[in-house]
Design a protein around this ligand. Sequence first.
Ligand code: ATP
Ligand code: MG
Length: 457
Amino acid sequence: MKEMYAAEVARAVNGQLAADGNIMIRSVSTDTRSLEPGCLFVAIRGERFDGHNYIREALDKGAVLVMAEKGASIPDGVPAVLVEKTVEALGKLAEYHRSRFHIPVIAVTGSVGKTSTKEMIAATLSAGLKVHKTKGNFNNEIGLPLSVLELDDSCQAAVFEMGMRGFGEIDYLTRIVRPDIAVITNIGISHIERLGSRQNILKAKLEIIRGMQDDGVVLLNGDDELLSGLKGLLKQKTLFYGMDETCDIRASDLLSKGEEGISFSVQCPAWEHRFFVPAPGIHNVQNALAAISVAMTLEFDCGTIEKGLLSYTGDRMRMNIVDVDGIKVINDAYNAAPASVSSALRVLSEIGVNRRKWAVLGDMLELGEWAEDAHREIGMQVAESGIDYLVAIGDLARWYVEGASDHGMPLENTRLFQNAEDAQNYLSQKLARGDVILFKGSRKMNLDLLADRLFGG
Ligand code: ATP
Ligand code: MG
């Protein structure tokens, strides 16, 4: 982090300074388990913990300044900045910190693929610039400001992920980040229970442009039904990437190299070039196109983009493909929304050519009244993409089975289990060398534990 004086902190957050204004902070932390000496400790009241109870511990570990809420009981004589709400103050501090940098800042939102796309953009830009990025999935009103506050003078570009569950959240984050380039990966139906319709989800994601200057650039997935409808409607320069012929940055001639990745050609107004993305699944071509579009906007040449993209390594918790005793295991049990299950099934088909293919699918949660249709559609895709066996786990999972059998999958090739434990015995008896098996489901379905028990953690 680029250092900051206590007086500057107090000014930025409109807080009351109860400390020597010349105290200098070198980082910001909300968690005493990971804080570094010289930091500002921000006490946040969470659902389970109240950071105000950890102030003494923070000071013992080397925090030099504390941000706390007025009225909270804090130890006497603690160097502090007092504010009404620490979460909001953290946002204001990040907004101020952001304004100290004149580097290209990229923000990524969308229903699925945010982290993957953020990582791919960072990898690609790293071939030419020193890039700062959101660590892991720090994409909410606390994680995002903390990521912004890590910026220092060595950073030449920054990529931040923005998540949301309802209206107003992206608006809040984008006003902190002030992106020069905004990327929206797609409009799916994650969190639709809260927002009511895909149009509303689109509106909520589009809040991202409210924090942009008029000369910012918006990059949208042109293969997405709703996003492609935005042509000519935004005041910022807008470019579309995708496989559709109308896209400004367009991929064609895809060639899968199995689990290694996919090669593809890209046409854009200025050039045409063939790239390789070292990650399987067509969805990764889309993520790569987002990264290529960002790099193109920043005037990278094709050779540099190609080199950067090749350095991409997927995130550990995302699609993880390993060989265990001759069985190929695709563990993508981190979470499940219809779009990501659909892309995972495509990866299973790509990798499983000429092998017995198993889809182990747990419920997709939080879909409200869309749940039945969404599960049936995935069932249909299982039947139509040549997958041999479907193991469905959960309460909603029966619709996977119905969707699959309605579209020609023999019922004897499907199994329905109430929970992951019940499926374990069955799978351990049936699996054989040479098989390929995909695990995918909402986090709460514990399919990652099932995969671990069957194949070792
Ligand atoms: P979260 O909301 O949890 O932060 P996210 O939007 O960051 O999720 P990722 O973590 O990148 O998304 O990916 C989630 C899942 O979606 C993974 O299973 C991944 O394989 C799949 N996926 C990644 N990119 C895409 C894409 N462009 N379209 C569809 N699925 C994708
Ligand atoms: Mg994420």
